[in-house]
Design a protein. Structure first.
Lengths: 298, 147
C-alpha cells in the first residue's frame, strides 16, 4: 500500500470543515501516513457532471488522480460522491485505452498525463481493510455505548462489481467499525435506502429529495437511536440540513448527524467541539451531554 | 450496439419496485427503459428524479446497466439544451471556482475558528484553477452549458 493523499472535495472543506478537522485528528492519532492533496478541484460530482458529459467528468477527475500520481500516493476520499467519481474514473481510464487517449489529449494542454499508477480509497474501506475493526477497537480510549443508525450511502456500496466491498443488500463492514467504537448498530427498516440527495435531485428538486430523507428519518427515529452515523458529507448535509428544511413543514426529529471520522474522533477521546459537532445545523445539547458524561467516565 | 443490452429487458418492473424516488414521484424506471428504445425522451423531467442510487442496476435480473443508461439519456438531453436552472448554476460554479459548492465568507470564518487555514484546494492555488478552466474549455463544457 502507498501512503495516502487526503482529497477534500467540496462539501467537507467548504460546508462541514469539522469533518475535515476530525479526519486529520483521527489519521494522526492512528499514525496513518498521510498528506494534503494540494491543488485539487471538485471530484467532479457524479450526479450532475457525470450525467452531463462523460469526457468532461473523466478529464476533471483524471486531473485530480494525476495530482496523486505525481506524489506517488493513493488518494483518500471522505465522501461517497468523490469515491464514486474518482474510483470509477480511475477504473475506466486504466482499462479503456481509447478513453484514456482522449482524456490525455485534454490533459496534455495542462502538461499532465494519466498513467494509472494509484488507487482510490474511501476512509471507511481504508479503516476496515487496512486497520480492521479488531485493531481499531484496541485503540479506542472512550468507548461510546450509543445506539446508532448506520447509513452507508449508495455510492460506497454500488455498483458492487466496481466497489468490491461485498453485497449491497445487507452489508456489515461499516456496522463493524461503528461497533468497534463501543456503539450498537441498531437495525432499521430501509437501512440501505438512499438519503435522497444524489443524482442532482437535491439541487434541482429539494422537495422530492426530502421525501426520501423523511422516509429514512422516520424509521431511524422509530428504532430509538441516539444519532445517525454516515460516511459521506452529502448524506450528512441531507440528514442535517434536511431536518431543518423538514422542520418548516412541522416535522421534527432532533437526530444528531455524525460522520464516521467525527464518531471515531469522539471514541478516541476528542471532544464534541474538537470534532466539530457544534457546526451541524442540528445541535443536540442532550446528545453532547451524553458524550461528555461518557468521556468523563471512560 | 447501444440498444442491444436494453433490448433484453422483459419489463419485469424490479427496477421500479426498487426505486426510492419512484416511491414518491412519477419516475417509472421500467417505462423509461421501454420508451427510450422507441423514442426520444429528452424532454422528460423524470430523467432528473433519479438519485443514481443504483438499486435498479444491482437488482436487474437481465444485468442491464440501468443507472448508467439513465446517465446516458441525461447527457443526450443536455446536448439538446435540456438543462434545469439549478443544475446550470452548479455548472457555472464549477467553471468559475473549480468547485460545485465553493467556499463562502461564513465558512472561511468557521474554518478559522476551528484552527483550519484555507483549504489546500484550487481555492488556494490560482494556477490550479487556471488548469481546471483550461480543461473545461478544452472539453467544450463551457459551451455545453451556455444558455
Amino acid at each position: 500500500m502507498k501512503e495516502l493523499s487526503l482529497f477534500l472535495g467540496c462539501l467537507i472543506p467548504n460546508r462541514y470543515p469539522g469533518i475535515e478537522k476530525a479526519t486529520k485528528l483521527v489519521l494522526d492519532k492512528l499514525e496513518v501516513k498521510w498528506s494534503e492533496l494540494k491543488e485539487a478541484s471538485c471530484c467532479p460530482a457524479p450526479g450532475v457532471f457525470r450525467s452531463f458529459d462523460k469526457i468532461t467528468w473523466l478529464a476533471l477527475a483524471s486531473r485530480n488522480l494525476v495530482l496523486a500520481e505525481e506524489k506517488n500516493t493513493d488518494l483518500l476520499t471522505l465522501c461517497n460522491g468523490c469515491f464514486s467519481s474518482l474510483l470509477d474514473a480511475n477504473n475506466i481510464l486504466k482499462n479503456d485505452a481509447g478513453l484514456r487517449n482522449e482524456v490525455n489529449a485534454h490533459l496534455k494542454k495542462i502538461n499532465k498525463e494519466f498513467m494509472g499508477t494509484i488507487d482510490v480509497r474511501h476512509i471507511i474501506e481504508f479503516l476496515y481493510r487496512d486497520i480492521g475493526p479488531e485493531k481499531l477497537g484496541n485503540s479506542i480510549e472512550k468507548p461510546l455505548p450509543l445506539k446508532v443508525a448506520v447509513h452507508y450511502g449508495c455510492h460506497l456500496l454500488k455498483p458492487t462489481k466496481d466497489r468490491k466491498l461485498g453485497g449491497a443488500e445487507c452489508p456489515v463492514f461499516f456496522d463493524e467499525l461503528v461497533e468497534a467504537a463501543g456503539a450498537t448498530s441498531v437495525p432499521y427498516e430501509g437501512k440501505t435506502s438512499c438519503c435522497g440527495a444524489g443524482g442532482g435531485v437535491r439541487s434541482a428538486m429539494l422537495e422530492t429529495s426530502l421525501k426520501m430523507t423523511e422516509y429514512k428519518l422516520e424509521r431511524m427515529k422509530k428504532a430509538g437511536v441516539d444519532c445517525i452515523v454516515n460516511a459521506c458529507p452529502f448524506c450528512h448535509l441531507q440528514y442535517d440540513g434536511g431536518q431543518v428544511e423538514l422542520a418548516k413543514t412541522g416535522k421534527k426529529y432532533d437526530l444528531p448527524v455524525v460522520h464516521y471520522s467525527q464518531f471515531l474522533g469522539l471514541a478516541l477521546g476528542y471532544t464534541p467541539e474538537e470534532v466539530g459537532l457544534h457546526l451541524n445545523a442540528i445541535v443536540s445539547a442532550e446528545f453532547e451531554e451524553k458524550i461528555a458524561l461518557i468521556q468523563k467516565k471512560g | 450496439m447501444k440498444k442491444s443490452e436494453i433490448l433484453t429487458c422483459f419489463q419485469c418492473g424490479t427496477c421500479t419496485g426498487s426505486c426510492p424516488s419512484g416511491r414518491y414521484t412519477s419516475l417509472n424506471v421500467r417505462r423509461i427503459i421501454k420508451d427510450s428504445i422507441q423514442k426520444d425522451i429528452s424532454d422528460e423531467l423524470e430523467l432528473w428524479m433519479c438519485t443514481t442510487c443504483y438499486n435498479c442496476q444491482e437488482r436487474c435480473p437481465r444485468g442491464i446497466k440501468i443507472t448508467d443508461e439513465i446517465l446516458k439519456l441525461r447527457s443526450v438531453a443536455v446536448k439538446k439544451g435540456k438543462v434545469l436552472p439549478a443544475h446550470r448554476a452548479v455548472c457555472r460554479y464549477l467553471i468559475e471556482t473549480g468547485h460545485a459548492i465553493p467556499i463562502d465568507d461564513l465558512h472561511i470564518s468557521i474554518r478559522e475558528q476551528i484552527g483550519l487555514e484555507a483549504p489546500e484546494t484550487v481555492h488556494k492555488y490560482p494556477g490550479a484553477l487556471k488548469e481546471v478552466k483550461a480543461l473545461l474549455k478544452s472539453t467544450g463544457f463551457d459551451e455545453l452549458i451556455k444558455e
